[in-house]
Design a binder for this molecule. Structure first.
Ligand SMILES: Cc1cc2nc3c(=O)[nH]c(=O)nc-3n(C[C@H](O)[C@H](O)[C@H](O)COP(=O)(O)O)c2cc1C
Length: 284
């Protein structure tokens, strides 16, 4: 794993950074991030995708002029632009891979912020030379924070759902405790801390036997496919699911727990009409 820090340290350290220090542009850190992007491993569903780091100076001199973020981000010296081919599970694969880039930036003491809504899609698409068979679901701002938050500040600001809402055993009426999760307690906790669009945390994980089944619990407005069609915004909750998968898998592997992703719906009764099966992690 090409990270200096442990995976859990990186997940605890990451937060959405929306204000950057324009004076701090360590060329070495950006070069190392760019090198990582060029060796980014494939995602769990092997969907072709491209990631590119664009900078205000250096690698891309004309940089960010004209790339809009609707005021959500201040003084970002760079952006990671990600593009995916259209395919089954494309958005999950995209979320998984982009999150690895985000964690690499965290490892380099940089700040990041996922942007799925607050960016001008047309100008970023042009920058990425988007073809008609590709889409650009999200970008991430990247740079050095204007003021790096302490772990305490990050912890205090972080709002997440509890285990009793997110994790289940055998059916959706029975919650899973961290004791029952055993060696998978850490991977689950690191899923819980993952970033998500509008902080909706749409993942639910159910343990049946040895297998961990991942479900998408859609938030109401996101269910309306009309919204993405009108706004051009991607189905970001599927991107969130990919991010959750990366946290779970990387955390499991870092503690020696091997396994593989399989799409095989176990047919367990869903908790409600806004829930859908996505994928399962089969240990071994
Ligand atoms: C797929 C995705 C899209 C996001 N889009 C935006 C966005 O458009 N604008 C924004 O300010 N934050 C955006 N965020 C950041 C979330 O609001 C943030 O991750 C969440 O509130 C949790 O906070 P944290 O990242 O500080 O832990 C997005 C996050 C994800 C994962």
């Amino acid at each position: 794993m090409p990270f200096q820090r442990s995976f859990s340290d990186l997940i605890f350290k990451r937060y959405s950074c929306r204000h950057y220090d324009p004076g701090q542009t360590s060329a070495e850190a950006f070069t190392r991030l760019d090198n990582y992007i060029h060796t980014l491993p494939p995602g769990p569903f092997n969907v072709p995708g491209r990631f590119r780091l664009v900078l205000a100076g250096g690698v891309d001199r004309h940089g960010l002029r004209g790339l809009g973020t609707y005021g959500a981000i201040k003084d970002s010296p760079g952006f990671i632009i990600g593009v995916t081919s259209s395919s089954n599970k494309d958005l999950e694969d995209f979320g998984y891979r982009m999150e690895l880039v985000v964690l690499k930036a965290t490892d380099l003491d940089m700040g990041t912020c996922w942007l799925g809504g607050s960016f001008t899609r047309s100008t970023f698409s042009k920058k990425a030379d988007l073809t008609k068979d590709e889409s650009l679901p999200a970008v991430c701002s990247v740079g050095f924070p204007a003021a790096m938050k302490t772990t305490d500040e990050i912890e205090r600001a972080r709002k997440r759902l509890g285990w009793e809402t997110l994790f289940f055993m055998n059916d959706f009426a029975s919650t899973l405790s961290s004791e029952e999760a055993g060696v998978f307690a850490d991977p689950l906790e690191l899923v819980r801390l993952a970033p998500s669009a509008r902080n909706c945390q749409p993942w639910r994980i159910l343990k049946a036997g040895d297998v961990w089944h991942f479900y998408l619990q859609r938030t109401k407005p996101y269910h309306e496919f009309v919204v993405p069609l009108i706004t051009g915004i991607a189905d970001l909750q599927r991107v969130d699911m990919g991010i959750a998968m990366s946290h779970f898998e990387m955390s499991a592997r870092s503690t020696g727990l091997s396994g593989a992703w399989v799409v095989n719906d176990p047919g367990i009764s869903l908790a409600n009409a806004l829930m859908e099966y996505c994928v399962s992690w089969v240990p071994g």
